[in-house]
Write a protein that binds this ligand. Sequence first.
Ligand code: ARG
Length: 456
Amino acid sequence: MWGGRFSQGTAASVEAFSASIQYDSRLYKYDIAASKAHAAMLAANGVLSGKELEDIEAGLTAIEAEIDAGKFEFKPELEDVHMNIEKALIERIGPAGAKLHSGRSRNDQVAVDFKMYLRDQCDNTIALLDEIRTVFVLLARKYLGDLMPGYTHLQRAQPVQIAHHMLAYYEMFSRDKSRMEDCRKRLNLSPLGCAAMAGSGLPLDREVTAKALGFDGYTANSMDTSGDRDYAIEFVSVCTMIQLHLSRLSEELVLWSSQEFEFVNISDKFCTGSSIMPQKKNPDIPELIRGKSGRVVGSLMTLITLVKGLPLTYNRDLQEDKEPVFDTVDTIAASLSIMAELLQNLQFNTKKMAEATRAGCMTATDLADYLVMKKVPFRDAHAIVGNAVAYCLSRGKELPDLTIEEFGQFSDVIGEDVYEVLSIEGSVNSRKTAGGTGLLRVTEEVEKAEKQLGIA
Ligand code: ARG
């Protein structure tokens, strides 16, 4: 396809080393759609005749059907998806096929294919995010009113609603969705017509091809466009955030399903046994999702390192952009959908979770707040409660177990009304600040999320 100025063929080792067809064949549908749009635009501007356009369209349609059916032979010596398809077209329809590449370079061709592919992947990921967001809201609704310990430093901190914990993930994945929408918006400008990097001397209409391919417009600078992979980096960085969120959730599931916690029971369908220890039931799926975050983070590193230090415009290095993106797409899609499935089959041990709220003096902050309301300065209140907690610990008691006389050793403003404050339910429901864990607030948040998802 470019042999004219060469006196020797390419070495077999070079062909093997530089071919990308093993992976970029994934882009064939986009390549064909973009070629059709380009050809139609060329015909409208007098570069192709009506008959030539017809032949090109029919030829490309036939090639697409062959690829769909698994009957098309991709040849590594033809390097990439673009040249494989173009060569097949020329073989099929003759000279008209050889006119298709007028005013086009593989540099704008690969960019348009890649952007169209990523646009679909943004949509696909958004749909998967909606699915998992829905699962969290269903769980929140189901367990509304059930309590568990909230943790900081993985130490019991304050009692919270299980629903509140579920909605925390709803928020994370909602931010991811908005990031993905943002990424899609920014990438949706057509590179087609930038040609190699300086634009074209042929009468091309970029507006028309952009519109035909569903872009919101076309890119402004042909040099920038030819070497730009920001959109791939942005996509993978949004995916990294999603995978990090999945990984944190996975870590919780691993902990919660352990005998030390016994907060959840992961369905047998999502666990495996040990080949030597018959009693084992292992949380492999969350572990694998946690482990796969390494791949996604690695892909992000690959891409940013790839682009760092590249002079304008296109450099062949950029061909290395596809595998990390494809791997990320596969990893994210698989992780999101299996996690949603696992969560739908997850059983919460609400009794055990509630029990866990009753140990560890978790209403200590409430007692301090109670003292504050009795005009004790917060720092003094903190010290008073600290002393009371130490007293409890040395006697194996919890704060609600103390009598008013015992409380009297630490402060003389503590009265009978303290027990209301020290109850776990009282503590949770007193947290009525916006975004807090009180039943009223969490119920509102569940309703808001249901409305957002259209499941109210
Ligand atoms: N396979 C190449 C890639 O993925 C296509 C563009 C090649 N352009 C070039 N001037 N060699 O980047």
